[in-house]
Each structure stands twice: as structure tokens, then as C-alpha cells.
Design a protein around this ligand. Structure first.
Ligand SMILES: CC(C)(COP(=O)(O)OP(=O)(O)OC[C@H]1O[C@@H](n2cnc3c(N)ncnc32)[C@H](O)[C@@H]1OP(=O)(O)O)[C@@H](O)C(=O)NCCC(=O)NCCS
Length: 177
């Protein structure tokens, strides 16, 4: 499944012409503060990350989408499923460019991806690994119905393990209007 739609976003594969927008997002210290080693990426490393994201799709059959704002065609972020070798679980991830925070785009994309993971992909459990100081991301996880289940270490620093099981998600989606 290479494309998904939500009310305001198209979730699609990354392309070479996303590089300017993706590199700008990855060069922003506010965006990168709680990701990886917490440092902004160079343009070359942003390109390598786009290539890794596409390689993950090729190797695993699922992965991370570019988030395109339908009204403007702008690349506003990325979200998807991430499970590289050695990872602590099947992770749902999200990231938005700074100008697009506060509009509900991360929650909107992640809700659609969670449904895809539990229905189309038949997964039983989805996690999100979040730095304890990343309050905005913790709010997104909680809106999705994820709960704090533990802690782990990621790139030498603590990460919270938020998680939701398919059975719990199904009950919650039946309960919501
Ligand atoms: C984490 C991150 C994606 C959260 O962004 P965000 O804009 O706060 O999250 P959402 O897109 O879900 O937006 C939610 C906010 O938009 C508001 N909003 C506006 N319209 C909305 C709508 N239609 N639906 C839902 N929320 C809406 C909500 O009120 C909410 O605000 P609140 O948090 O003050 O209650 C963003 O901070 C980010 O990209 N950070 C850097 C990368 C990162 O850390 N990623 C996560 C790593 S674990």
C-alpha cells in the first residue's frame, strides 16, 4: 500500500524533489531535539535518511510516508511504521515541520496508519518510542490510545515505550462516535 489518504493529507512515498523541504525540516533544531541523537541533520544526511526510508519499504513491505498537505501540495512531515533490524518493536512514528505544528496533522496521519497496521497488516501491537521531555509527542501517543508501558534505551538515552494492542484499539474505536 504505497498511498493513504486522510481528511487533509496524502500519505505518499518520498521522492527526490522532496529533498529541499525534507532537508529544511531535518536542519531545524526544534524539530530534531527529541529525535535520534538530538542533532540537526546535514542536507546529505537528510538525503540518506530519505533513501533509508525507501529501502525500509523495499525490504520490509511497510514503512514511513511523506505527509503532503492536500490544499498546498507542501511536504509537512513524515509518519509511518518503522521496524529496522534490532529495533525494540513495531513502531509508529511521526514528525512535522515546525510551521505545521498545532493543527492536528500528526494525530490525523497516525490514526490512519494505526488502522492500517491493525487491519490491513494484521499486527497485534504497535509501540512509539518517545523521549520523556517530548510532551507534544506524548500527547499525540495518548490521543491515539497508546499507554506508557515501560522504558528503554535509544541512542544512549532513555526513551518511554508507549504501546497499544489491537484488541484495546478495536474496543476504543467502537466506543468513539
Ligand atoms: C510531535 C509533533 C508531531 C506533535 O505535533 P502537534 O502539532 O502538537 O501534534 P498534532 O499534529 O497531533 O496536533 C495536535 C494539536 O493541534 C491541535 N489541533 C488543531 N486542529 C486539530 C484537529 N483537526 N485534530 C486534532 N488536533 C487539532 C490540537 O488541539 C493539538 O493541540 P494541543 O496539543 O495543544 O492540544 C511535533 O511536535 C513534532 O514534529 N516534533 C518534532 C519531531 C518529534 O519529536 N517527533 C516525535 C518523536 S517521538
Amino acid at each position: 500500500m504505497t498511498t493513504l489518504d486522510t481528511e487533509r493529507l496524502t500519505l505518499r512515498m518520498f521522492r527526490q524533489d522532496d529533498l529541499d523541504a525534507y532537508a529544511a525540516m531535518c536542519a531545524d533544531a526544534d524539530v530534531m531535539r527529541h529525535l535520534g541523537d538530538g542533532k540537526p541533520l546535514s542536507r546529505a544526511d537528510a538525503w540518506r535518511q530519505m533513501a533509508m526510508i525507501l529501502g525500509h519499504w523495499q525490504l520490509k513491505g511497510h514503512g514511513v510516508w511523506a505527509l503532503e498537505e492536500r490544499t498546498t501540495g507542501a511536504l509537512v512531515g513524515r509518519a509511518g511504521l518503522f521496524e529496522p533490524e534490532g529495533w525494540p518493536g513495531f513502531e509508529l512514528i511521526w514528525m512535522l515541520r515546525r510551521e505545521s505544528w498545532g493543527r492536528g496533522y500528526a494525530t490525523e496521519a497516525a490514526r490512519r496508519i494505526l488502522r492500517h497496521a491493525f487491519t490491513d497488516l494484521g499486527r497485534q501491537r504497535v509501540i512509539s518510542l518517545i523521549r520523556p521531555a517530548n510532551a507534544a509527542s506524548i500527547r499525540v501517543a495518548e490521543r491515539l490510545g497508546e499507554r506508557l508501558e515501560g522504558r528503554t534505551e535509544l541512542f544512549g538515552a532513555e526513551a518511554l515505550v508507549y504501546a497499544v494492542e489491537r484488541a484495546v484499539w478495536r474496543l476504543a474505536s467502537r466506543a468513539s462516535p
